[in-house]
Design a protein around this ligand. Sequence first.
Ligand SMILES: [Zn+2]
Length: 361
Amino acid sequence: MLTAWNQYHQLITAKGAKAGQPYVCPGCHQPVILKRGQQKLAHFAHQQHQLCGASESESPEHLQGKWFLATDLRTIFPRVTLESYLHAIRQRADIRCDQVVFEYQCSPLSTQRLSERIYGYAQIQLVSFWILGNRYYQQRCTASSVQRFLRFRKTIGYYLVFLLEPQNQYRLRYQIQLHDHHLQFQERSFTSFQAVQHFWSKGHLQTKKPDSLSHVTKTVARRLQHGQAPYLELQLSCYQAGYNLLGCPLIVHWPRFQSPLMKPDWLGWRIRCLLLLQTRREIAVTTLYQRSCNLIRRRATYPCLHDVNNLIFAQFEVFLTALIRQRLVQRTPTGVILIKKIPWFSDTSVKLKEITKQEGK
Ligand SMILES: [Zn+2]
């Protein structure tokens, strides 16, 4: 940790501390040792074997990043506290700026632990903002360890903020979205958090040209051939309704870009939606949503998003609206109903022929 109390209970930074003076941990009130070395920024450490709930051993990256963040955030917030001990919830925030807490996360953290910490802050009306370190930046963006920190803003879509040390550089990965089964994103570098905020205050969503549908059609065929469980299950549902997954209508691939929350069930929810509609019975919108998107809703663990269910529902509505616009489905006083037969292709080759014909137009 970078701060400790001196004998007068004043919070002192390790940089400004005097050697030979007594210092105590503001969290557990046990004596701490001032450390000044080549490897790490000046910091305080607990004596070995001392148990302290408020602090864990910290990497040079974490110490350096916290120091940089606190300095940088002072240009935005009037009051910035480095290592704020919140006794009511027994948590130590890396940096507190009024009602916002900034956490610089460098080490691995389980979804449960992350949720507990976010919930702890929320209990005392603090909003937490998580900035990720190098190890997260180097991991695949699709890794669940990274995805659990996903945030959302209308202007930049789903995003993640990283702080790379020792360069003191922010990296914003934004417009994170699924293109068929692939996760795609844009990336920008910034030297201050203010510049990041300035960027996301304006709209930056780009319209992209999707790949040919033939690629995704072949991918589904390959995954089914390899016997991947989710695809086999989906094929079984299709067979039971008298269809072949390999010949699923082109409409299930629309919209081509969808929310990253729909991963790993990127195709299944739309197929289930269609199969339910194809029973030709009137169905309530909420029932249709629950029965097609329930898997996603149950799996969804994104503690940094306040309204996961609304975000998933919004994606479902985009698909439903497309079906209505194409005059395949109609709204009724109590729900929706299929009004036109949606033809399925008999197999991959027939579907591919149709794709080539349509894309060649
Ligand atoms: Zn302590």
